[in-house]
Design a protein around this ligand. Structure first.
Ligand code: ARG
Length: 590
């Protein structure tokens, strides 16, 4: 993701710019050498440039080349590096790695500047203006299960990271509000509630139970099944009574979903499957005119190279399906909404579906041939949620786990832990409630986000609510502790920011400072590669680096108090931004 504007906070990009100049000077005739700059893992420096070896194999043996191997190329890259206040010193190691040690004065100044100008100045600058994130997307009247919880949590984080990067994000809830299940639901509604128009959620009670009951009827009663199938046709042809009943069922479902979103603090905008219905025929026609749609076994399909099953866009009975809707939604997002990046968050089970949709779109010329260019579409897949028994996460009676129950339990458990720590006596009831919620919901979210999303993860309350280890509880406590250090000092950080000065003389101060400065490049990486766990790992390491600093460097009452308080403040600011991006509410005291 190429950034066009100057990226204030991104060290890696700043260094890459300098190395670009050096590479151009080192091998003047060689176009398109991209600087390979990475943070160092060894102790030789903070960053390194890894171009020497690759460059050597490109140029060796050419007339006029005087280098004798990669180390000499490395030496030349180092020598040609322009002077910069960023850099303290350089060295060449092994087969030509150029190591850079950053200037600690420059580092200190930049952290201070962020404190004064705000963390927004460290936001990544992406080359796109508008994106769609299609996430959560449960199905009406069916259960919203833990898979949807994962999609909601991961999608929200990706949307927030893009928004932080100044991309306008259309947060789309592509709810399954259209399909054959509605025939049976509507007929069942008519049967149970002849005055269905007055029916609300209290009368229907539990929509999932309602769904189950009607499904049972559908499976055993042939006459009912027949009526249900006819009802689908009547709904789809727009018959008013059927439309009304449909709208009512959707509304009840919607209210249930909204409660979960409200508790999670997630904002979404619903454009369900039904929204795209009016556009489907036109899109299929256009694809047909392009010669992409073929007849196959009575259905109309698009063949895709390398995949042995085609994408069915019109079923053999003439009806539309999940793929017709997704092709149309993609068309709409590109042409009507003018989105440049369209991101879909679902379980990995749907990977092939999206692969086919994207490839069909590419055949239609909706995307450029070069995958790195925009507009583009990405599928963000995630693994299963497992129970402690290692099997698919279910309740004891092997029912689907209800999200509301999960959130209740997370909150109850974290409240109990707070009470055990004597907080009931110290805090107001409101404070106790709010903290229990922030910690409980934060724990659920973080446990999901910290793993690489493609792996399955085990849902384990004891583990996620542990106050030690890589958990939200540990991180939230760490943040609260920093706030308490600042409070105890009695100093006003707003004042210190302007008058004080940060110095990074102690080794642990420097390590913490460098980590803070890497925030921008980490968010950019997490966002560009659609990997929230990268940000989680950063946050956890930040907390560890802070702990080391705090154990070895006295803050309050020391000669370096002002500088160290500012480092505490900068750490708290960066942590809060990470929490915000991960959808976790920070707590200030514990
Ligand atoms: N409703 C689908 C499900 O529950 C997810 C929809 C994902 N988005 C999409 N555009 N297909 O599996």
């Amino acid at each position: 993701m190429a950034a066009e504007q100057e990226n204030v906070g991104n060290l890696k990009r700043k260094l890459a710019k300098l190395f670009q100049l050096s590479l151009d000077a080192t091998v003047p005739g060689e176009p398109d050498i991209e600087p390979q700059v990475a943070a160092c893992t060894a102790k030789f420096g903070d960053y390194q440039c890894n171009n020497a070896m690759g460059l050597w194999s490109k140029i060796k043996g050419r007339p006029g080349i005087e280098f004798r191997g990669p180390p000499a190329v490395g030496q030349a890259i180092m020598k040609n590096l322009p002077q910069s206040e960023m850099i303290e010193s350089c060295s060449v190691a092994g087969p030509g790695f150029v190591n850079v040690v950053l200037s600690k004065n420059w580092m200190a100044q930049n952290i201070q500047k962020m404190l004064v100008d705000g963390i927004e100045t460290w936001a990544p600058k992406l080359s796109i203006k508008r994106a769609v994130v299609d996430f959560s997307s449960p199905n009406i009247a069916k259960e919203m299960h833990v898979g949807h919880l994962r999609s909601t949590i991961i999608g929200d984080t990706l949307a927030s990271m893009l928004e932080f990067s100044n991309v306008e994000v259309l947060r789309r809830n592509h709810v399954g509000d259209w399909g054959t299940q509605f025939g049976m639901l509507i007929e069942f509604l008519f049967e149970k509630f002849p005055n269905f128009e007055d029916v609300n959620e209290t009368a229907i009670g539990d929509l999932q139970a309602f769904y189950k009951e009607s499904k049972q009827r559908f499976d055993v009663d042939a006459e009912f099944k027949d009526r249900a199938q006819k009802a689908v046709v009547r709904l789809q042809s727009g018959e008013q009574m059927y439309r009304k009943a449909w709208a009512q069922i959707c509304e009840i479902s919607r209210r249930e979903f909204d409660q979960v979103y409200q508790r999670l603090g997630v904002h979404l905008e619903e454009k369900g499957e039904s929204f795209y219905n009016p556009h489907i025929p036109g899109v299929i026609e256009a694809l047909t005119n392009q010669g992409l749609v073929e007849e196959s076994k009575g259905a109309r399909v698009i063949f895709i190279e390398g995949i042995n099953i085609p994408l069915i866009v019109v079923k053999s009975d003439g009806g539309y399906n999940y793929a017709s809707t997704d092709m149309t939604a993609l068309w709409y997002r590109l042409n009507e909404e003018k989105a440049e990046w369209i991101i879909y968050v679902t379980d990995v089970g749907q990977q092939q579906h999206f692969d086919m949709v994207f490839k069909a779109a590419k055949r239609a010329g909706w995307f450029p041939a070069d995958d790195r260019q925009y507009p583009k579409a990405s599928h963000v897949g995630f693994g299963l949620v497992l129970g402690e028994d290692g099997k698919r996460f279910r309740t004891r009676s092997s029912e689907v786990v209800r999200l509301a129950d999960l959130l209740d339990e997370a909150k109850t458990r974290s409240k109990a832990a707070l009470i055990e720590r004597g907080k009931a006596a110290e805090w107001t009831e409101e404070e106790l409630e709010q903290t229990a919620e922030a910690v409980g919901y934060g724990a659920v979210k973080y446990a999901d986000l910290k793993n690489n999303r493609l792996t399955n993860y085990t849902f384990d309350f004891d583990q996620m609510l542990n106050d030690k280890g890589n958990t939200a509880v540990y991180l939230l406590y760490a943040h609260a502790r920093i706030c308490s250090i600042i409070r105890k000092s009695g100093k006003d950080t707003e004042e210190l920011k302007k008058t004080g000065k940060i110095v990074l003389d102690h080794a642990d101060e420097r390590v913490l400072g460098l980590h803070l400065l890497q925030f921008a490049e980490v968010v950019e990486e997490a966002c560009s590669n659609l990997l929230p766990n990268v940000l989680c790992e950063y946050l956890y390491n930040l907390s560890e680096n802070f702990t080391r600093f705090y154990s070895n460097c006295q803050v309050v009452g020391s000669a370096e108090e002002t500088s160290r308080l500012l480092l505490c403040e900068a750490t708290a600011v960066v942590m809060r931004k990470c929490f915000f991006l991960l959808g976790i509410k920070p707590v200030y005291k514990i």
